[in-house]
Design a protein around this ligand. Structure first.
Ligand SMILES: [Zn+2]
Ligand SMILES: [Zn+2]
Length: 556
């Protein structure tokens, strides 16, 4: 009501009523309107609202207010320190209606400039937004990984522990983690419980724990932890039962007999034996989603999944030519030091002015630098690339005579991001149709836990990439992991190759490659189908072949 400038006296009377009811001195359960009206400070109209909320969970007054308030505004109202007045100002002055827009405006320094806000408020809003994300209790895999591994090692080292592993979504390498689970086998559960007290960064929740289960949190970053116990003989069986998703365990393997029933026939010596009991070959942990793994396991052969060591080069990276932190030389030398055979540099194209996108003269300057570095660093090679913005109408950012100079083009959408499914899909399709597009970059533009991507028709987009032989990126930045692994298998079935791209904006960014591999594996990605598993020689000939093909098509 404050947000919509309702009558100030009306707002006051609601506040009084809320205060009275929250004191909890009167039980209002089952009271009718006239009885509610008898309570001190509650008038007739408020009594009707309270009655309606109690019986039907809603009221037209509430409905009307919600109808004219964007859901994003409601989320912003939850941020600490932002009252309705300030939220209203942000809404009116900067047209901000979502937490994502608010964060961007803060990062761009726009919020500090508003009268009555200032740097301090802006900073606290940013913190509030980050807090909100953290508060939901969800973390990126990459954010909790180090802390989980530390605790895992500490548990393993306890003398009273026989065996211990992570299970649950963490062991399935889910991109987002809500709770971390461990399975411990021991003859001395009490002893383990006592020893767990001494593990750093781990805190027991005494209320929810029991003599049979340890519950608590990793303190920093704060994530829920469950520790399960079992005897040595049941360790294998329990591990599979606690690792597989519901869909995996309930999958009807044979005559409607679900996998879980076979597993319950255990104990087993090892996991291979357990899956064999159900007539299946062993299934890697990250595939246990009840998704496509049984097609493979039934046929007896799970193909070898991609490994980090299979990657021969790193495509899609930025340098100080656009918004990167390190020079082209630094990016190249470090890539070579890591043992890769080639680097694909793809700074932002000119329309991405906010990211220092390259004007044509700068492209030409970069080409010269690449050519001289290629002589110096040989046999290591830098490929000339660009991350071309896919413009609003789906076209790429430079004229053909410039595009033709690149070895490869990563085509990506950066702005505007708010589009419906039909428009977003059409925009991508046009870019895929452009003969210069080599790789489709971060297909949905999502930032996990921060913003949804634009909606796209995945099937249509993947089919188009198959038809035009466009490679799809798995952006390995842990915030993106886009293409989502749930679509990787479909892409592979259509014969589309995937490229694990870190989108590095600094040398350290190369370390993200492993998260791309992680989600690629979840989708069943193999070395054969990974674009940047090609050796330098293969990649050179691929790019050359593609250029020749474009030439031939244009001459027709
Ligand atoms: Zn991008
Ligand atoms: Zn990029």
């Amino acid at each position: 009501m404050e947000l919509h400038e309702e009558n100030i006296f009306k707002i006051k009377s609601y506040q009084t009523a809320v205060n009275t009811l929250e004191r909890g001195e009167i039980s209002i359960e089952g009271l009718g309107v006239s009885e509610l009206q008898g309570i001190n400070g509650i008038g007739k109209s408020i009594a009707e609202v309270v009655f309606s909320l109690g019986t039907s969970q809603t009221h037209s007054v509430l409905e009307d207010l919600l109808a004219k308030t964007p859901t994003g505004i409601l989320e912003i109202l939850e941020i600490k320190g932002l009252g309705p007045k300030k939220v209203k100002t942000l809404w009116e002055e900067l047209n901000i209606t979502s937490t994502h827009e608010l964060l961007e405006a803060c990062q761009a320094g726009q919020v500090a400039k508003i009268k009555g806000f200032g740097e301090k408020t802006q900073e606290s809003i940013i913190q509030g937004l980050e807090f909100k994300v953290a508060n939901i209790g969800k973390w990126l895999y990459a954010e909790v990984e180090a802390a989980v591994e530390q605790v895992a090692d500490a548990i393993k080292e306890l003398e009273v522990v026989d065996q211990s592993v992570t299970v649950g979504e963490y062991s399935r390498k889910m991109e987002i983690i809500e709770s971390v689970e461990f399975l411990v086998s021991t003859k001395d559960r009490r002893g383990v419980m006592a020893a767990l007290e001494g593990i750093k960064n781990l805190e027991k929740d005494k209320k929810s724990s029991s003599p049979f289960k340890w519950r608590g949190v990793i303190i920093s970053p704060e994530v829920k932890v469950d520790i399960h116990f079992c005897g040595e003989e049941n360790f294998v069986k329990e591990k599979i039962l606690r690792t597989g998703s519901k869909a995996h365990l309930l999958y009807p393997v044979e005559d409607q007999k679900p996998l879980i029933d076979f597993l319950n026939e255990g104990p087993f010596q090892d996991e291979k034996e357990a899956y064999q009991r159900a007539g299946l070959s062993w299934i890697p942990e990250e595939l246990r989603e009840g998704f496509f793994e049984f097609e493979w396991a039934k046929s007896g052969e799970i193909p070898a999944l991609l490994e980090v060591k299979d990657l021969k080069g790193i495509l899609h990276n930025h340098s100080i030519y656009s918004d990167g932190k390190h020079t082209l030389r630094q990016m190249a030398v470090h890539c070579k030091e890591l043992g890769y055979e080639y680097l694909g540099i793809s700074d932002h194209s000119r329309s991405a002015f906010y990211a220092g996108g390259l004007e044509i003269e700068k492209v030409e300057k970069q080409f010269l630098e690449i050519e001289s570095l290629n002589i110096e660093l040989a046999p290591f090679r830098i490929f000339k690339g660009i991350e071309s913005d896919i413009l609003n109408d789906g076209s790429l950012d430079y004229p053909d005579e410039i595009l033709t100079g690149f070895d490869f083009v990563v085509s990506s959408i950066h702005s505007p991001l708010s589009m419906d499914r039909k428009r977003a899909t059409a925009r991508l399709l046009k870019a895929i149709d452009n003969p210069y597009t080599t790789i489709l970059g971060h297909p949905t533009g999502r930032l996990l836990l921060r913003r949804e991507g634009y909606p796209i028709d995945h099937k249509v987009v993947i089919d188009a990439c198959a038809a035009r032989q466009v490679v799809i990126e798995i952006n390995a930045n842990p915030w993106r992991l886009d293409l989502d692994w749930r679509w990787v298998h479909y892409a592979l079935e259509q014969g589309v190759k995937l490229s694990i791209n870190p989108d590095a904006h600094a040398m350290e960014g190369y370390a993200d490659m492993k998260y791309g591999v992680m989600v690629g594996r979840k989708g069943g990605l193999t070395k054969d189908m990974t674009f940047n598993a090609l050796s330098l020689v293969e990649m050179e000939s691929y790019f050359r072949g593609r250029k020749d093909k474009i030439k031939a098509t244009l001459e027709q």
